[in-house]
Every structure is written in C-alpha cells, then in structure tokens.
Design a protein around this ligand. Structure first.
Ligand code: KG4
Ligand code: ZN
Length: 363
C-alpha cells in the first residue's frame, strides 16, 4: 500500500470456532470488529465437532461480514485496499469457509488477497488500538512473545516485523487444551479456561499443589503430566466420598474442592508460563513482552507476567481479553504489515491446517 491511500484492510478469520470479520486501518486502528462465537453450540458436546463448526461458519459468515461493513460505515467495499484471511493453522473445513469468502471478495472487487498465519495474528493483536482509545506507540523490537491458545503454546523472539525465532514450544498439550481437559474433569462447562479461572477465584485454602514441568533450562513446555496429576487428584477426591453440592449441574465434587483443584492447576500452568516468558525476555534483552492467544485472557497469567516484566523494567503489551481470543482484527493487523511487505496470494490459495509460524523477510 502506498502513501495517500486509506490503509484499510478487511480481514476474515474462521480457523476454529469463531466466525469473524474486521476492518483495521494501518495495521492498528480497529474500525470494525465482529465475532460470532460458537461457544454455546459446542458447549452441548463439551468440545468442537469440526463439521458442526464448519457448518456454523457457513451460516454466519455473510451476516458477520454485513455487520462489519455496517460498523465501518462502508459503502460496498469502497476504501478497502486489501483482503486478509487466515490460511492456517486450524480446522480444514472451518478455514475453507473464510478463505472462500476472502477469495470471492478479492476477485469481485479486484483487491489483493493477503494470507495470514493465525498464530502471527495472535502476536499482532498487540498492535491494535480500539476505536475510542488514544494513539499509543507500537511495540518496540526486539519482542519476546508468548502465544498460548487452545492448539498452540510457544515462545518466540521477533527482531523485526514478521521475523520469528522460535525459543521454545510445548512438547505435548497446548496450555488451553490442558485448561479445557481439566475443566471437563472437574465437571466445569466448556471452554475450560474461563471456567477454571472463575472457579479458582473462589478458592480460599490454596492447599492443593500440582507439579511444574520445568524441562530444565529450556523454553519448552509440557502439560500432559499436569493433566494426569489433575485426573489422579480428582479421582482420589471423588473416591474419598464428599458428594457435589445439591443442584450443582454436572459437578463431580463439592464446589469448594473444585475451587481448590482449579486454583492449584491454574497456579502450576501460570507459574511455568510466566517464569519462562520473563527469563526469555531477560536473555533476549527484549524491549517489549507480548502475550497473545486465548489463555492470555487469563487474569492471573496477565498479572503474573506484568509483575515479572515490571521487575525487569520492560513494557508488557497484552491485548484486552476479547482481542486475546480469536478475532479478525488481529488478522487485519498482521495482514497490513504483510501487505506492506508485498505478500500476496493468488486464487490458488488453499487451507493449511498444519501451518507453522511463517518466517518472512522483514519489511
Ligand atoms: O486463541 P483461542 O481463542 O483459540 C485458538 O486459536 O485455540 O484460544 C482458545 C483457548 C481455549 O482453550 C480456552 O479454554 C482458553 O483459550 N481460554 C482461557 C481463558 N479464556 C480462554 N484459558 C485460561 N483462562 C482464560 N480466561
Ligand atoms: Zn487462536
């Protein structure tokens, strides 16, 4: 995009279970941001059924696009300079719906089509500015970013735009996956992350301690042992006899026990994530720490990383919770910087369910 233009990117995201369209200016200012969540739909099955998710995207994609255009006050596509879309990673059938929408829009309006890596989107959420928010400086490089979502958990160093060096990643489950699985063990509603956070807030004894998988000095993570420890603890407490509070839905244990177990589990996950992130920031001489992905909506994790970053004297950028979970504004932010670097897709663009974090040339 050259000078004297609008800098407006329309972005489409449908990689998992949120149907989302946004309009973002210059990779930063949110002009419109619409997310249709399928959480209620998937709560009935306790998790995502891929075909159900794809069908819901098909049902909601056009209404979500219309609402985004209404919010942005767009007359057709006037002023839009590029269409950005998540090409992966994610569920194949879900990705296809967004990609087809984006391709069609680009073709109809003669606009460039810009493919975006969903994980890159979670990092670029840190660049976003809300409509009513005053200007703020962009995150300064080098950046150390922790991305913690339902399917991914990793730490990267960014020396410049779209330049990623992987510092460490999970060797088994993603942090969000662990929250979701342990939430289910505790009889909490789907998704487990927010439910565990709410349950843990009611804990008072703080007397259940779960193991931490430090994996030596590496920046790798492991959560499967923790999940097994949580299962064993839940089974032990169920066998010990106290029955759930009367009228308490799907509860497996009294709510006080659920609160303590949720607290102990959350502490273990947060402790490892926050400690490694701050150590990575220190080693990399980071000028900014960034948190992204659905688990970054967790207030205990946010507070713990903020504390560590403050003691290092490095600013932390963590988007508000609704911008940590899946949305299209983050795809619009990453899409702008990709478009500026000349990244384009043609009409052969396909869904890439297992896409890794792209390593592109810096701007
Ligand atoms: O980034 P995201 O919206 O979708 C993926 O790309 O996976 O992340 C969803 C994940 C789920 O596992 C959900 O349980 C978790 O983020 N999550 C949370 C919280 N809010 C969402 N985990 C912990 N605490 C939260 N408050
Ligand atoms: Zn995500």
């Amino acid at each position: 995009m050259s000078d004297g233009t609008t800098g407006l990117v329309l972005a489409v995201e449908s990689s998992c279970d949120e149907t989302a369209v946004a309009v973002v200016q210059e990779g930063r200012r949110i002009v419109a941001n619409v997310v249709a969540s399928q959480v209620a739909l998937h709560a009935t099955t306790g998790g995502i059924v891929p075909e159900v998710a794809a069908r819901a995207h098909l049902r909601w994609m056009i209404p979500v696009l219309d609402e985004a255009r209404r919010q942005a006050g767009l007359d057709g596509m006037a002023g839009i300079e590029a269409i950005a879309v998540t090409e992966g990673p994610g569920l194949a059938g879900s990705l296809l719906v967004g990609i087809t929408m984006a391709k069609t829009l680009a073709w109809l309006h003669g606009l460039p089509l810009v493919p975006v890596n969903h994980l890159e989107g979670h990092i670029y959420a840190a660049w976003l500015i809300d409509p009513a928010e005053p200007e703020k400086p962009a995150p300064e490089f080098p950046i150390v970013a922790l991305v913690v979502s339902g399917g991914h958990t990793f730490l990267v160093e960014m020396a410049s735009h779209m330049h990623y060096r992987l510092l460490g990643q999970t060797v088994d489950d993603a942090a969000g996956e662990a929250f979701d699985k342990v939430g289910r063990l505790l009889g909490l509603p789907y998704p487990g992350g927010p439910a565990i956070m709410r349950a843990a807030a009611a804990a008072t004894a703080h007397d259940r301690r779960f193991p931490r998988a430090w994996l030596g000095d590496t920046f790798d993570f492991s959560f499967s042992g923790l999940k097994t420890a949580a299962r064993r603890e839940v089974e032990r407490e169920i066998a010990a006899g106290p029955s759930p509070d009367p009228g308490d839905g799907n509860a497996v244990l009294p709510s006080a026990s659920v609160a303590e177990l949720a607290y102990g589990f959350q502490e273990s996950v947060v402790d490892v994530l926050a400690t490694k992130t701050i150590r990575a920031a220190q080693q990399a001489n980071a000028r900014t720490v960034v948190l992204g992905g659905g688990v970054a909506a967790n207030s205990v994790l946010r507070d713990r990383v903020a504390e560590g970053a403050r003691s290092l004297g490095v600013p932390l950028v963590v988007p508000r919770p609704a911008l940590c979970t899946d949305n299209a504004a983050m795809i619009g932010a990453a899409g702008f910087f990709r478009a500026r670097a000349g990244v384009r897709a043609d009409d052969s663009l396909a869904a890439r369910p297992s896409l890794k974090l792209a390593v592109a040339e810096p701007v």
